[in-house]
Design a protein around this ligand. Structure first.
Ligand code: COA
Length: 404
C-alpha cells in the first residue's frame, strides 16, 4: 500500500559445519539403495558438526559478516531461534553477543517451537521495527538435527545457521502482511529434555505437515492474502527436500489446480539446492531455501515469493515477500557456496565418533581439541560451563555491500 512502511530482510548470511557425510557413505553403511536417499528423499549429503562446533559457533559465524558490514548501530534486539538449545536457561544468543562484541544495550531471547521458531523470530522482529523504524533486529536461527544411528531419521540430519538483519527499507526481501497461521497439537516429532536425539513418526509428520499447509493457506486466504498464481517461487520448510515437492503439489491440488511436475519444478527451482547438501537444519531450513533462491536464480526483482514454515508439534505459517530491485549486489552468494563446498567429507567411523560424543556430566574440566576451521569454537566444558573462543580464522570480514 502506498505510504506503508516496508520492513523485511536487509541482509542474510548462512554458515554450516566443517564436516559432511555423503549419502553414498550412509547408504553403504546401512545397506540401503542410495537411490532412496538421492531420489526418494532428495538428499545428497548432510553437514556434521566438528566436536568444537555447535549452534552457538555456527550462529556467530553466520552473524559476524552482517555485523562487519552494517555495524551494530540500531540493533537493540537479538532473537535466537533453535530446537537444539545448549542450555535449559541461558539463551544461546547471549554467547553470540559476547563472541561478536555486541553492545550491552541489547535484549536477547531464545525462541523454540521445533522448526518454526525462525519464522516466529522474523515476524516478531518485523513488529519491533514497525514500532520503531530506526531500530534493526538481528534474527539468528541455528540448529543441529540429530536422530539415532540406524533410525529412519538418520538420513535427514544436518546442521546450519542463518543470520538476518531485519530493518525498514530492506535491501533483499520486503515481508508482506498478512500471514496465515495454524496450530494443531500433534506428536509427529519431539525431543524430551533427557534426549540429545529427536523422536519422529516419519509418515505421520508428513501428513501433519500437509494438513498444516492447508490450515495456514486457508487462514492466509481468509486474511486477504495473494492468489497462489501471484507467486513466482515458493520456499518451503525442508526436513528433506522431497517434502517441498510433496507440499507444493498438495497446495496446488488444495487450491483446485492440476499439479504438473514441470510447474512444481519451476516454482521450487533453486530453493532445494543448499538443503540437499546440508540436510535438515530445523529452524534454518526455509531460510536456506531463500538463500539458495536469491543466490542462484535469474533476476527476481519485484517478484513475489511464498514462504511456508512448519514446526512439528505443530505450528505453521504462510506469508509472502517481494524481492527488492538491485538485491543482487547485497548477496553473499560466493561465500555461501564456499561454506558448503569446503566441508570435509568424513567416513562413517569419524561421523559415528562425532555423533556419539557427549560431555561427561561430572562438572570437571573437559577441553576440546581444535577441529573447526570456522571463526568461533567451543573450547570445552569447564565446571558445567560452556566456554567459547574465537578460532583460527577470526579475521573479520569487512567487505562492503557488493556481491560476494
Ligand atoms: N529408489 C527411489 N526411491 C525410493 C527407493 C529407491 N530405491 N526406496 C524408497 N524410495 C522412496 C519411497 O517410495 C519414499 O518416497 P514417497 O514418500 O514419495 O513414497 C521415500 O523414498 C522414503 O521412503 P520410506 O520408506 O518412507 O523411508 P523411511 O521409512 O526411511 O522414512 C522419512 C523416510 C523421511 C519419513 C524419515 O527419514 C524421517 O522420518 N525423517 C524425519 C522427518 C522429519 O524430520 N520430520 C519432522 C519435521 S517435518
Amino acid at each position: 500500500m502506498p505510504g506503508e512502511l516496508a520492513v523485511g530482510i536487509h541482509d542474510l548470511s548462512i554458515a554450516t559445519t566443517r564436516y559432511a557425510l555423503t549419502h553414498e557413505t550412509l547408504a553403504a553403511q546401512n545397506g540401503v539403495d542410495v537411490a532412496k536417499y538421492h531420489d526418494g528423499i532428495g538428499q545428497r549429503s548432510m553437514s556434521v558438526p566438528a566436536i568444537d562446533e555447535d549452534i552457538v559457533t555456527m550462529a556467530a559465524g553466520a552473524a559476524a559478516p552482517i555485523i562487519a558490514r552494517h555495524g551494530t548501530h540500531g540493533i537493540r534486539t537479538v532473537l535466537f531461534a533453535t530446537e537444539s538449545s545448549v542450555d535449559q536457561a541461558k539463551a544461546g544468543g547471549v554467547h553470540v553477543h559476547a563472541l561478536l562484541g555486541l553492545p550491552s544495550a541489547v535484549r536477547i531471547v531464545e525462541l523454540k517451537q521445533a522448526c518454526y521458531a525462525g519464522t516466529a523470530a522474523l515476524q516478531f522482529a518485523i513488529g519491533l521495527v514497525h514500532r520503531d523504524p530506526a531500530q534493526r533486529v538481528l534474527v539468528i536461527a541455528s540448529d543441529v538435527s540429530k536422530y539415532d544411528l540406524g533410525s529412519p531419521g538418520e538420513a535427514t540430519q544436518g546442521a546450519a545457521a542463518v543470520a538476518m538483519l531485519v530493518s525498514a527499507d530492506p535491501a533483499l526481501v520486503r515481508v508482506e502482511n498478512p500471514s496465515g497461521v495454524f496450530t494443531s497439537d500433534v506428536m509427529d516429532f519431539w525431543r524430551p529434555n533427557y534426549r540429545s536425539t529427536a523422536l519422529v513418526k516419519g509418515r505421520d509428520s508428513i501428513s501433519a505437515y500437509l494438513r498444516a499447509v492447508e490450515g495456514a493457506w486457508t487462514d492466509y486466504t481468509r486474511q486477504g492474502g495473494r492468489k497462489i498464481n501471484d507467486f513466482h517461487a515458493f520456499c518451503y520448510h525442508q526436513p528433506f527436500t522431497k517434502m517441498a515437492f510433496k507440499a507444493h503439489r498438495h497446495l496446488l491440488e488444495f487450491c483446485g489446480y492440476e499439479a504438473d511436475d514441470e510447474g512444481i519444478g519451476r516454482a521450487l527451482r533453486h530453493t532445494t539446492e543448499y538443503n540437499a547438501a546440508i540436510g535438515n537444519s530445523y529452524t534454518v531450513s526455509m531460510y536456506l531455501g531463500l538463500a539458495a533462491l536469491l543466490d542462484n536464480a535469474d533476476d527476481l526483482s519485484d517478484q513475489a515469493i511464498g514462504f511456508f514454515s512448519y514446526g512439528s508439534g505443530s505450528v505453521a505459517e504462510f506469508f509472502g515477500g517481494t524481492v527488492v530491485p538491485a538485491y543482487r549486489v547485497h548477496l553473499r552468494s560466493a561465500r555461501h557456496r564456499d561454506a558448503i563446498s569446503r566441508r570435509v567429507p568424513v567416513d562413517y567411523a569419524k561421523y559415528r565418533q562425532m555423533h556419539e560424543h557427549e560431555f561427561p556430566t561430572d562438572g570437571g574440566d573437559h577441553p576440546l581439541p581444535r577441529e573447526t576451521a570456522g571463526p568461533y569454537r567451543l573450547a570445552g566444558l569447564f565446571g558445567h560451563e560452556r566456554v567459547y573462543e574465537t578460532g583460527a580464522d577470526s579475521r573479520p570480514d569487512r567487505s562492503p555491500a557488493t556481491a560476494e
